[in-house]
Write a protein that binds this ligand. Sequence first.
Ligand code: IPE
Ligand code: IPE
Ligand code: MG
Length: 241
Amino acid sequence: MSNQANSTQVNDSNPRHIAVIMDGNGRWALNKGNQRSDGHRAGSEAVRNLVSGALDLQIPYITIYAFSTENWSRPKMEVDFLFRLLAHFIEKELAELKEKGVRVRFIGRRDRISKSMVAQMEKMERETITNTKLSLTLAIDYGGRDEIHRAVDRMLEVRTVAEGSCSSADLHDFLDAPELPDPDLVIRTSGEMRLSNFLIYQAAYAELWFTEEYWPDFTQKTLARAIADYQKRHRRFGKIK
Ligand code: IPE
Ligand code: IPE
Ligand code: MG
Protein backbone atom coordinates (compact mmCIF):
# COMPACT_ATOMS: atom_id res chain seq x y z
CA MET A 1 0.00 0.00 0.00
CA SER A 2 1.29 3.48 -0.79
CA ASN A 3 1.97 6.04 1.94
CA GLN A 4 -0.72 8.39 0.76
CA ALA A 5 -3.62 6.02 1.20
CA ASN A 6 -2.59 4.29 4.39
CA SER A 7 -4.78 6.33 6.73
CA THR A 8 -7.76 4.55 5.21
CA GLN A 9 -7.35 0.80 5.12
CA VAL A 10 -8.96 -1.90 3.06
CA ASN A 11 -12.22 -2.21 4.89
CA ASP A 12 -15.60 -3.91 4.67
CA SER A 13 -17.29 -0.56 5.13
CA ASN A 14 -15.57 0.87 2.05
CA PRO A 15 -17.88 1.87 -0.77
CA ARG A 16 -18.04 -0.79 -3.48
CA HIS A 17 -18.60 1.65 -6.27
CA ILE A 18 -17.29 5.22 -6.35
CA ALA A 19 -18.39 7.57 -9.13
CA VAL A 20 -16.27 10.66 -9.72
CA ILE A 21 -17.15 13.97 -11.35
CA MET A 22 -13.71 15.36 -12.09
CA ASP A 23 -14.30 19.09 -12.24
CA GLY A 24 -12.20 22.24 -12.11
CA ASN A 25 -9.47 21.54 -14.67
CA GLY A 26 -10.08 24.85 -16.43
CA ARG A 27 -10.12 26.97 -13.27
CA TRP A 28 -7.01 25.19 -11.95
CA ALA A 29 -5.10 26.22 -15.06
CA LEU A 30 -6.52 29.76 -15.33
CA ASN A 31 -5.63 30.42 -11.67
CA LYS A 32 -2.03 29.67 -12.59
CA GLY A 33 -2.20 31.96 -15.61
CA ASN A 34 -2.17 28.96 -17.97
CA GLN A 35 -4.46 27.69 -20.72
CA ARG A 36 -7.46 25.51 -19.88
CA SER A 37 -5.83 22.72 -21.88
CA ASP A 38 -3.00 22.58 -19.31
CA GLY A 39 -5.63 21.86 -16.70
CA HIS A 40 -7.05 19.01 -18.76
CA ARG A 41 -3.57 17.56 -19.20
CA ALA A 42 -2.91 17.76 -15.46
CA GLY A 43 -6.38 16.33 -14.85
CA SER A 44 -5.62 13.24 -16.87
CA GLU A 45 -2.56 12.69 -14.67
CA ALA A 46 -4.77 12.91 -11.57
CA VAL A 47 -6.82 10.00 -12.92
CA ARG A 48 -3.74 7.88 -12.19
CA ASN A 49 -3.95 8.86 -8.49
CA LEU A 50 -7.59 7.80 -8.38
CA VAL A 51 -6.87 4.45 -10.02
CA SER A 52 -3.88 3.73 -7.76
CA GLY A 53 -5.89 4.67 -4.69
CA ALA A 54 -8.76 2.42 -5.71
CA LEU A 55 -6.40 -0.48 -6.32
CA ASP A 56 -4.65 0.05 -2.97
CA LEU A 57 -7.93 0.16 -1.10
CA GLN A 58 -9.46 -2.67 -3.13
CA ILE A 59 -12.41 -0.60 -4.27
CA PRO A 60 -13.89 -2.85 -6.97
CA TYR A 61 -15.74 -0.26 -9.09
CA ILE A 62 -14.84 3.26 -10.18
CA THR A 63 -16.75 5.33 -12.74
CA ILE A 64 -15.34 8.60 -14.03
CA TYR A 65 -17.24 11.39 -15.78
CA ALA A 66 -14.88 12.47 -18.55
CA PHE A 67 -17.10 14.15 -21.17
CA SER A 68 -20.78 15.00 -20.86
CA THR A 69 -23.46 15.29 -23.55
CA GLU A 70 -23.47 19.01 -22.64
CA ASN A 71 -19.70 19.41 -23.06
CA TRP A 72 -20.19 19.51 -26.87
CA SER A 73 -21.27 23.13 -26.29
CA ARG A 74 -17.67 24.11 -25.47
CA PRO A 75 -15.44 25.72 -28.11
CA LYS A 76 -14.48 23.21 -30.82
CA MET A 77 -10.79 23.66 -29.97
CA GLU A 78 -11.37 22.53 -26.40
CA VAL A 79 -13.57 19.59 -27.45
CA ASP A 80 -10.95 18.44 -29.97
CA PHE A 81 -8.25 18.74 -27.33
CA LEU A 82 -10.25 16.65 -24.87
CA PHE A 83 -10.69 13.83 -27.40
CA ARG A 84 -7.01 13.94 -28.38
CA LEU A 85 -6.19 13.68 -24.69
CA LEU A 86 -8.49 10.67 -24.32
CA ALA A 87 -6.86 8.97 -27.32
CA HIS A 88 -3.46 9.65 -25.76
CA PHE A 89 -4.66 8.34 -22.38
CA ILE A 90 -5.79 5.06 -23.92
CA GLU A 91 -2.55 4.67 -25.84
CA LYS A 92 -0.38 5.48 -22.85
CA GLU A 93 -2.24 3.68 -20.07
CA LEU A 94 -3.53 0.51 -21.74
CA ALA A 95 -0.50 -1.66 -21.01
CA GLU A 96 -0.26 -0.59 -17.36
CA LEU A 97 -3.97 -0.93 -16.68
CA LYS A 98 -3.90 -4.36 -18.27
CA GLU A 99 -0.96 -5.38 -16.16
CA LYS A 100 -2.59 -4.09 -12.94
CA GLY A 101 -5.76 -6.10 -13.48
CA VAL A 102 -8.03 -3.19 -14.39
CA ARG A 103 -11.02 -3.83 -16.63
CA VAL A 104 -12.03 -0.75 -18.62
CA ARG A 105 -15.49 -0.05 -20.01
CA PHE A 106 -17.09 3.00 -21.58
CA ILE A 107 -20.60 4.31 -21.09
CA GLY A 108 -22.25 6.99 -23.18
CA ARG A 109 -23.03 7.44 -26.85
CA ARG A 110 -20.70 6.12 -29.49
CA ASP A 111 -22.42 7.58 -32.55
CA ARG A 112 -21.10 11.14 -32.31
CA ILE A 113 -17.42 10.50 -31.76
CA SER A 114 -14.89 9.56 -34.43
CA LYS A 115 -14.72 5.98 -35.68
CA SER A 116 -11.03 5.79 -34.82
CA MET A 117 -11.77 6.87 -31.25
CA VAL A 118 -14.50 4.25 -30.92
CA ALA A 119 -12.10 1.62 -32.31
CA GLN A 120 -9.52 2.55 -29.66
CA MET A 121 -12.15 2.41 -26.92
CA GLU A 122 -13.37 -0.99 -28.05
CA LYS A 123 -9.81 -2.30 -28.22
CA MET A 124 -9.28 -1.21 -24.62
CA GLU A 125 -12.50 -2.92 -23.56
CA ARG A 126 -11.58 -6.12 -25.39
CA GLU A 127 -8.04 -6.29 -24.11
CA THR A 128 -9.00 -5.78 -20.47
CA ILE A 129 -12.20 -7.84 -20.42
CA THR A 130 -10.79 -10.68 -18.31
CA ASN A 131 -9.37 -8.38 -15.61
CA THR A 132 -11.06 -8.53 -12.22
CA LYS A 133 -9.15 -6.35 -9.69
CA LEU A 134 -10.83 -3.07 -10.54
CA SER A 135 -13.62 -2.25 -12.92
CA LEU A 136 -12.99 1.22 -14.33
CA THR A 137 -15.81 2.82 -16.31
CA LEU A 138 -15.23 5.98 -18.31
CA ALA A 139 -18.27 8.08 -19.19
CA ILE A 140 -17.69 9.71 -22.58
CA ASP A 141 -20.42 11.64 -24.44
CA TYR A 142 -22.48 10.54 -21.46
CA GLY A 143 -25.59 12.14 -20.03
CA GLY A 144 -27.95 10.46 -17.59
CA ARG A 145 -31.06 11.64 -19.43
CA ASP A 146 -29.64 10.60 -22.78
CA GLU A 147 -28.82 7.16 -21.35
CA ILE A 148 -32.43 6.77 -20.14
CA HIS A 149 -33.84 7.93 -23.48
CA ARG A 150 -31.63 5.46 -25.37
CA ALA A 151 -32.56 2.70 -22.92
CA VAL A 152 -36.29 3.28 -23.47
CA ASP A 153 -35.82 3.31 -27.25
CA ARG A 154 -33.84 0.06 -27.20
CA MET A 155 -36.24 -1.62 -24.81
CA LEU A 156 -39.24 -0.82 -27.00
CA GLU A 157 -37.38 -1.96 -30.09
CA VAL A 158 -36.22 -5.29 -28.66
CA ARG A 159 -39.14 -6.24 -26.46
CA THR A 160 -42.13 -5.25 -28.57
CA VAL A 161 -40.80 -7.07 -31.60
CA ALA A 162 -39.43 -10.16 -29.91
CA GLU A 163 -41.89 -10.72 -27.06
CA GLY A 164 -44.90 -8.59 -27.76
CA SER A 165 -44.63 -6.80 -24.42
CA CYS A 166 -42.27 -5.07 -22.04
CA SER A 167 -42.36 -3.68 -18.54
CA SER A 168 -40.92 -0.44 -17.21
CA ALA A 169 -39.17 -2.54 -14.55
CA ASP A 170 -36.94 -3.90 -17.33
CA LEU A 171 -35.55 -0.44 -18.04
CA HIS A 172 -32.50 -1.04 -15.87
CA ASP A 173 -31.39 -3.88 -18.15
CA PHE A 174 -31.16 -1.48 -21.07
CA LEU A 175 -28.91 1.09 -19.39
CA ASP A 176 -25.36 1.32 -20.72
CA ALA A 177 -23.77 -0.98 -18.11
CA PRO A 178 -26.53 -2.82 -16.21
CA GLU A 179 -23.98 -5.26 -14.80
CA LEU A 180 -22.42 -2.55 -12.59
CA PRO A 181 -23.72 -2.07 -9.05
CA ASP A 182 -25.20 1.37 -8.25
CA PRO A 183 -22.63 3.88 -7.00
CA ASP A 184 -22.42 4.10 -3.20
CA LEU A 185 -20.48 7.35 -3.24
CA VAL A 186 -20.33 10.22 -5.74
CA ILE A 187 -17.32 12.51 -5.42
CA ARG A 188 -17.23 15.94 -7.09
CA THR A 189 -14.27 18.29 -7.00
CA SER A 190 -14.03 22.07 -7.50
CA GLY A 191 -16.74 23.19 -5.07
CA GLU A 192 -19.70 22.69 -7.42
CA MET A 193 -22.53 20.80 -5.76
CA ARG A 194 -24.57 19.22 -8.51
CA LEU A 195 -24.72 16.02 -10.53
CA SER A 196 -24.60 17.69 -13.96
CA ASN A 197 -26.54 14.80 -15.53
CA PHE A 198 -24.19 12.08 -14.20
CA LEU A 199 -25.70 8.67 -13.37
CA ILE A 200 -29.01 10.26 -12.42
CA TYR A 201 -30.78 6.88 -12.42
CA GLN A 202 -28.06 4.88 -10.68
CA ALA A 203 -27.12 7.47 -8.03
CA ALA A 204 -30.62 7.47 -6.51
CA TYR A 205 -29.23 6.40 -3.11
CA ALA A 206 -25.58 7.38 -3.43
CA GLU A 207 -23.87 9.40 -0.72
CA LEU A 208 -22.56 12.68 -2.15
CA TRP A 209 -19.16 14.13 -1.24
CA PHE A 210 -17.84 17.49 -2.36
CA THR A 211 -14.46 19.14 -2.05
CA GLU A 212 -13.24 22.63 -2.98
CA GLU A 213 -10.06 21.16 -4.48
CA TYR A 214 -9.77 21.29 -8.25
CA TRP A 215 -9.50 17.94 -10.02
CA PRO A 216 -5.78 18.22 -10.98
CA ASP A 217 -4.98 18.43 -7.24
CA PHE A 218 -6.83 15.17 -6.49
CA THR A 219 -4.55 12.69 -4.71
CA GLN A 220 -4.90 9.36 -2.97
CA LYS A 221 -5.26 11.41 0.22
CA THR A 222 -8.35 13.13 -1.20
CA LEU A 223 -9.80 9.72 -1.97
CA ALA A 224 -9.02 8.51 1.55
CA ARG A 225 -10.75 11.59 3.01
CA ALA A 226 -13.88 11.00 0.95
CA ILE A 227 -14.00 7.36 2.01
CA ALA A 228 -13.45 8.20 5.68
CA ASP A 229 -16.41 10.64 5.53
CA TYR A 230 -18.51 8.06 3.70
CA GLN A 231 -17.87 5.59 6.50
CA LYS A 232 -19.43 8.01 8.98
CA ARG A 233 -22.65 8.33 6.99
CA HIS A 234 -25.76 6.48 8.05
CA ARG A 235 -27.44 5.00 4.99
CA ARG A 236 -31.05 4.27 5.76
CA PHE A 237 -32.54 3.56 2.33
CA GLY A 238 -35.91 4.83 3.54
CA LYS A 239 -36.00 2.68 6.66
CA ILE A 240 -35.95 4.09 10.19
CA LYS A 241 -32.71 2.59 11.47
C1 IPE B 1 -13.59 19.10 -15.88
O1 IPE B 1 -13.03 20.35 -15.78
C2 IPE B 1 -13.29 18.42 -17.19
C3 IPE B 1 -14.44 18.34 -18.10
C4 IPE B 1 -15.65 18.74 -17.85
C5 IPE B 1 -14.18 17.74 -19.40
P1 IPE B 1 -13.69 21.64 -16.45
O2 IPE B 1 -13.19 21.76 -17.84
O3 IPE B 1 -15.16 21.62 -16.31
O4 IPE B 1 -13.08 22.79 -15.57
P2 IPE B 1 -13.83 24.07 -15.03
O5 IPE B 1 -15.05 23.58 -14.28
O6 IPE B 1 -14.20 24.89 -16.22
O7 IPE B 1 -12.85 24.74 -14.14
C1 IPE C 1 -19.39 17.90 -15.55
O1 IPE C 1 -18.59 19.02 -15.46
C2 IPE C 1 -18.96 17.04 -16.69
C3 IPE C 1 -17.70 16.33 -16.49
C4 IPE C 1 -16.98 16.32 -15.42
C5 IPE C 1 -17.27 15.54 -17.62
P1 IPE C 1 -19.00 20.40 -16.14
O2 IPE C 1 -17.96 21.38 -15.79
O3 IPE C 1 -19.27 20.19 -17.58
O4 IPE C 1 -20.39 20.70 -15.41
P2 IPE C 1 -21.17 22.07 -15.19
O5 IPE C 1 -21.33 22.71 -16.54
O6 IPE C 1 -20.35 22.92 -14.28
O7 IPE C 1 -22.45 21.65 -14.56
MG1 MG D 1 -16.49 22.32 -14.94
